[in-house]
Every structure is written in C-alpha cells, then in structure tokens.
Design a protein around this ligand. Structure first.
Ligand code: GTP
Ligand code: MG
Length: 312
C-alpha cells in the first residue's frame, strides 16, 4: 500500500519511476565472479588472479542508467574455511545473500561440478529469489553442453524462477552486456541506493590496497599468496598531481618477510611496479607507491588482527 502511494506521489511530481536492486554474485573460488563484476561495470573494482580465494570482501559495484541501478555484490568464493579469515570470507557470502533481489551463480564450464559447487548449489537452490546460472569460461571449455547439464542438475527441486546463460566473462563483452540487460529486467521498483556516478562502495585506500594484494598474489608462490594482507597507510597528492601512496604488505611469520621482499628486494620491486602501473592506468595520474613488509604474527587466525586489517 505504502509502495503504491509513494509511486503515485512520484508520478504526480512528474518524476520518472526508477528500478533498483541488489544482485549477489556467488560461486566457488576462481570461477570468474570478479572478472564478471568488473566487466559488468567496465571499471576494475575487484582484484582478479589465477589463484583461488583472491576476493576476501564483498565488494559492491554499481551500474546506473537513467532509470535503473544495479548494485552488484561480488563475494569471496564459497569454500570450506580453515581459519578465521576463511570464516569471515564465507560470512561475507551469506550476508550478501541475505538481502538481495537477484542471485547470479557463476560456475566454470571447463570442469564438472565439485563438492564446493554443491555447497553453493544447496544455498542458492532454496533461496526465494530470481536466480541466473552463469556458465563461465565457455571460451576454454571442451564440453560446455555436458557441463551445463551437470550444473543445472544441481538445481533440481528449485521452485523459484531461474534462467541460465553460457558466456565468457573475460572475452565476450557483448554477452556480458546482454546478461546485464536481462538482470535489469528483474529489478523491482525502488529509488536509487547510490548517487549517480558512484562505481563502488570501497574507499580509494581499500581499492588501492586490493590492487597491491592482487599483484602480490600473482607473484608469490605456494601458501604465501594467502598469507599476505595489504593496507594503505597514507595517500597524499602533490601539487603537480602525483599521487603518493604508502602501503604495507602484512605477513604472518618473520620467515615470510624475506621471501616477499626477495633477493636484493627484487620481488617486492616487481610487485610494486606492477601495482603502480595498474594504479596509474585507473587513476590517470602519476603514482609513487612505497611498499613496506611487516609481520603480524598469525594474523589469519586472530580475530583482532583481522579487524585491524579491515576484515570485519
Ligand atoms: N578462459 C577464461 N578465463 C577466465 C574467464 N573469466 C575469468 N577467467 C580467469 O579465471 C581466473 C579467476 O578469475 P576471478 O575473476 O578472480 O575469479 P573469482 O571467482 O572472483 O575468484 P575468487 O575471488 O578467488 O573466488 C582469472 O585468472 C581470470 O582471468 C573466462 O571467461 N575465460
Ligand atoms: Mg573474486
């Protein structure tokens, strides 16, 4: 009743009615959720790497047209958590799902479903929201039709509305735009949640720290990618426009420090150069990036350290 009155009011004032809503992007690690988010927006808001468990936070990415707004929520890959960080990551998925209008479930068509996909399927199957199953990485899939059938089987018994699409989030912008259009059509009537022009809910500091972490993840081997957190400790702008950013890479053991820094500082230098390049492209400004490696003992297991690092 209240809704229809508000609607009448806005029409009386001659304002166009708008549609807006939250869309959670969920799936197991490494299927291409963040790639899809960034390509929905045409802006890089979330880190991407070839390693699973790259995303740690539920990043909001906002897409706005004249009359519609989608607030996409990219989530960490759902997995079986081993520590306090993993538990935080899974909690981010559940909180993203708690109050959404549409669920986008991303799967990797190169492979048949695993028990991690089943974990996700159990959650989305019973969610009373419209669902879009996105079969991703079709560009690299040998048996995409067979894979789609296997993933679809996991939704057996679902009563709510759902549809599926097969695409390449990385290589097919037209298919990504078509998917975005079909999601727009599912949005309820609502006022906009964010001002026109905002692309993400992250501060520039968190965004920059995530780009540094992405480069560290890509370059480090074995367990180390997961043992690193990053944070920006200062960001100043010089009169000539140069952005001076100081960031910390946080490791959990003293013995990791030397590995991240590398021989004669080579590894840290490579991470810094790659991150600086990305920052310069996205900021369209010259960047000075100062990196320091510090130790916070066992930070992944320590709830207080997690909070201090912004995982709360
Ligand atoms: N071939 C191919 N690779 C893709 C595609 N989409 C994403 N990838 C690659 O898959 C890897 C993982 O991509 P992400 O976007 O980080 O995946 P994610 O689901 O966000 O991963 P987590 O954050 O770890 O859960 C990266 O190496 C991407 O380049 C695609 O359409 N085709
Ligand atoms: Mg991700």
């Amino acid at each position: 009743m209240t809704d229809s009155l508000q609607h009448l009011d806005s029409n009386e004032q001659g304002a166009p009615s708008t549609r807006a809503g939250f869309v959670a992007i969920v799936g197991k690690p490494n299927v291409g959720k963040s790639t899809l988010l960034n390509n929905f927006l045409g802006v890089k808001v979330a880190p991407i790497s070839p390693k699973p468990q790259t995303s740690r936070r539920g990043v909001r990415g906002i897409f706005t047209t004249d009359e519609e707004q989608i607030v996409f929520v990219d989530t960490p890959g759902l997995h079986r958590p081993k520590d306090a960080l993993g538990k935080y990551m899974n909690d981010e998925v559940h909180s993203a799902l708690a109050d959404v209008d549409v669920i986008v479930w991303v799967v990797d068509l190169r492979h048949p479903p695993t028990d991690e996909d089943e974990l996700v399927a159990r959650i989305v199957r019973d969610a009373p929201k419209p669902l879009v199953l996105v079969g991703n990485k079709v560009d690299a899939a040998k048996y995409p039709d067979e894979a789609v059938r296997l993933y679809t089987n996991l939704l057996e018994g679902r009563t709510g509305e759902w549809q599926s699409v097969v695409l390449s989030a990385q290589k097919d912008p037209a298919a990504v735009a078509a998917l975005r259009a079909s999601i727009l059509a599912l949005l309820p009537e609502n006022p906009f949640f964010y001002p026109v022009g905002s692309a993400s809910d992250q501060t520039r500091e968190v965004w920059a720290a995530e780009l540094v972490r992405e480069e560290a993840m890509k370059k480090l081997r074995e367990e180390l990618p997961y043992a690193v957190a990053t944070r920006v400790t200062s960001w100043t702008e010089r009169e000539d426009g140069l952005q001076r950013i100081e960031a910390e890479l946080v490791v959990e053991k003293a013995s990791h420090k030397g590995i991240v820094i590398g021989k004669g500082g080579a590894q840290l230098k490579e991470i810094g150069q790659a991150a600086r390049k990305q920052l310069e492209v996205f900021l369209s400004q010259k960047v000075f990036l100062g990196l320091e490696v510090i130790v916070i003992h066992d930070w992944r297991k320590d709830p207080e350290a997690l909070r201090e690092l912004g995982y709360e």
